[in-house]
Each structure stands twice: as structure tokens, then as C-alpha cells.
Design a protein around this ligand. Sequence first.
Ligand code: FAD
Length: 406
Amino acid sequence: MKNILIIGGGFAGLWTAAAAVRAARAHGVPQSQLEVTVVSSGDDLVTRPRLYEADPQVMRLALDRVLGPIGVRRITATVTDVDTSTRTVNAVVRSGRNMALGYDRLVLAAGSRLVRPAIPGSEWIFDVDTLDAAAALDHHVRRLPQRPATAGRFTAVVIGAGFTGLEMATELVTRLREVAGDADDVRVVLVDGADMSGPEPGDGPHPHISTVLSDLGVEMRLGKTVELVTDSEVELAGGELIPSSTVIWTAGMAASPLTQSIPGERDRYGRLRVDEFLRVPGAPEVFATGDTAATVADAGHTLMQTCRQAIPMGKLAGHNVAADILGLDLAPFATNPYVTCLDLGPAGAMATGGWGRIPAEKTGEQGKALRCRIKAEGMYPPVDDAEAILKLADYQGCWSREEFHS
Ligand SMILES: Cc1cc2nc3c(=O)[nH]c(=O)nc-3n(C[C@H](O)[C@H](O)[C@H](O)COP(=O)(O)OP(=O)(O)OC[C@H]3O[C@@H](n4cnc5c(N)ncnc54)[C@H](O)[C@@H]3O)c2cc1C
């Protein structure tokens, strides 16, 4: 029996597993001849793109409801390193016991993590990168009314005006107003070292984003860095002090450190450079996908670390790893029309299309309807239904095209 081992139970890893099973079944290969295993440090698929919202605890789905029906073996363990020379993955299970897992083909789908800042007082800074971190922020915000009525009690400083920072800041306008009740001192301040609002979404969306932030009363501190954080204030370079009980860091992602265990080139985010089939050139039995892979799409653009790309990349990695082991042709990566959809809290949302992120017609309420549909349906896999799961695991049937044009 041959085996495919997938590290990671995020969007990329889950869809890799489903697509590998789909490819094997399509070629009449029984489960007894090809085993597909997912090893993941948690039991759930965590919906990371929604962790800036209220009630983040519910943003998860039991992996067994997707992997169980399609016959994928699942192991809960944290992988500590990969030895490609012996095709062995070393991991630690919850009890602390070490385990070694062999593989014929490996798919690295261990995702990414936020790079937290090394500034004085960083222990006071929240983030929304993981379920636990987002839950801690949610708990803190709900308890603000119980804190002494000092300046800055209902002020939040969000550091980083990229996609996550913008979604967090605009969402906090509503969340802080809800908890503050009649208090009229709600403030949201967005700080970024760049000198424009929304440096990451870029020039195209920038005018709309600036208007929305201004309409919502989000204060901007652009071209500024944070020098110091305490439990009650933030000091910016230049000396400005902002009284604030809530500081959230959203800037900077890096690929899983497991990428360092695989021989190959890495980009500035630590992602492994892969070929058009998502294979790591320096380790032919290894594929990388989702946030661990630096994938070049049409016109030489390297994809961003997004869920929107992790899903189709996972499906392709699953198809290709199965095809490789079965001696079939591999398929090259081809991105659907490149789209983004940015939630702007009470001001709706904004979709953009193309590599230049040209704002689409879908802004405001229309954009919000799209964003809600993606959140409600688009990013979740079907559960408890093998046929539906495998149907959606087709690497040629990615979801972003339908979403964008619907
Ligand atoms: C707050 C926030 C907002 C976002 N908003 C959007 C958005 O609006 N749209 C969008 O498209 N994207 C968004 N993203 C990005 C998106 O969440 C990621 O690109 C996506 O989750 C990547 O999927 P992945 O499967 O590659 O990795 P991950 O989701 O990071 O999953 C990695 C998996 O690997 C497991 N793992 C990690 N290390 C190990 C280990 N050592 N051993 C075993 N298992 C391990 C983890 O437990 C997890 O199951 C957002 C991210 C954040 C944090």
C-alpha cells in the first residue's frame, strides 16, 4: 500500500485530502491500495478569515465531519520536523509522546502565522491570528464596560492597515459602540508605517477605503510606527500618546517554520517556491500548498496568502499528489480571475478584480451581500456527505469564479 501524508488541517490540507481521494476513486484505486492521512495539531478546521468578527469561538468545524465520510485517516499531533532523506515526519501527540510517520508522498499544508512585534509592552497587544487569540480579544472587548471609566476605555488602536487591519478596524466601530452603550468616547485608531490607508489592497481600492474610514470616524495615523504599549496607552514614533485599553496587531505573516525542514528555495514570507504542479523542486516527493507555498500564477504574479487561493491550491495539490503516485499526468496551476472581497463593517464591503485590484461594481451593500455569501457558504466544505465533498473537490471547479460573477 502507498500512502500520502498531509501536514495541516486548514483549508489547503482539507481540500488536498479530499482531492487526492477523488483522484484515486476516479481511477478505480481502492482505499486498501492508497491511504490518505491528515496530521494536524487541532481537531477542527478553523475559519481564520472570520476571526476578526464577534464570537470567534464558533468559527470552526470538526475535521472528522469532512474527512471521516471520505475515508481519510486523521491524526491529531504537532509535527516538529520533516526528514526528506528518510521520508519521515516527526510529531508529538497531546500526551507528549513522540511519533514518527512515514510517507511515499508528502504535502505540506501547515499554513502561516502572524509575526508578532518585538516592541516594549507587546504582552498587552492582542491579535486575531488563532482561535484562542481571537477569543481572548472578544472576551476583553465584552468586559470593557466593567473596567474603570478612564480615558481610552473604549478606544482601540489597530496596528497595520492591510486587509486584516481594515476589517478589524471597521468591525470594531460597531463592536465598541455595542459594548459602550451611551458612552460617547468610542474611538478606533488605525496605525500604519505606510503613508496611505490600505497600503496592501493598493491604489485601486484606496480612494473608496479612505472615504469609508473617514465616514465611520476611524482615525488614521499613517507613516507612523508604534514605539511602546502599556495596559492603558500607546506611544507612537514622534511622541503622540493615545490612551487605549485595546491594541491589536495585524501586520506581517510568515509561513509555517516547517518549510525550513524541506530542501528548497523560500521567499521573503518563508514560503517554499513550488513549480507549476505545486511540487517542491528540491524534494520531488514533497508538494507544498496554501500559505506554505509561493505559487506563481499567470503573468508572473506570486499569489498572496489567502483562503481564496488556499482552497483551489489544496484541490490541485491533492489531485497532483495522487496523480504522481499513480503514474498519471499532473495538472498545472491556473488561477481563476484574481478577486478580493474586503469587509468594511457597517459600510458594507468592497470586491476587486484582477491583479491591479480594480474595484468592482460590488461595493457597499452589494459587496456585503457577496462577502456574507462567501462567509456563510463559499468557504465551508460540505459535511457528513461523501458525494458532496468529493464533488466539490474537483480542482477544475474552483469556487471563486462563481462567487465573483454571481
Ligand atoms: C484575521 C484573518 C483574516 C483573514 N481574512 C481573509 C480573507 O478575508 N480572505 C482570504 O482569502 N483569506 C483571509 N485570511 C487568510 C487565510 O485565513 C489563510 O490564507 C488561510 O487560512 C490559509 O489556509 P492554509 O490551509 O494554507 O493554512 P492555515 O489556515 O494556517 O491552516 C494550517 C493548518 O496546519 C496545522 N498546523 C500548523 N502547524 C502544524 C504543525 N507543526 N503540525 C501539525 N499541524 C500543523 C494547523 O493546525 C492548521 O490546521 C485571513 C487570515 C486571518 C488570520
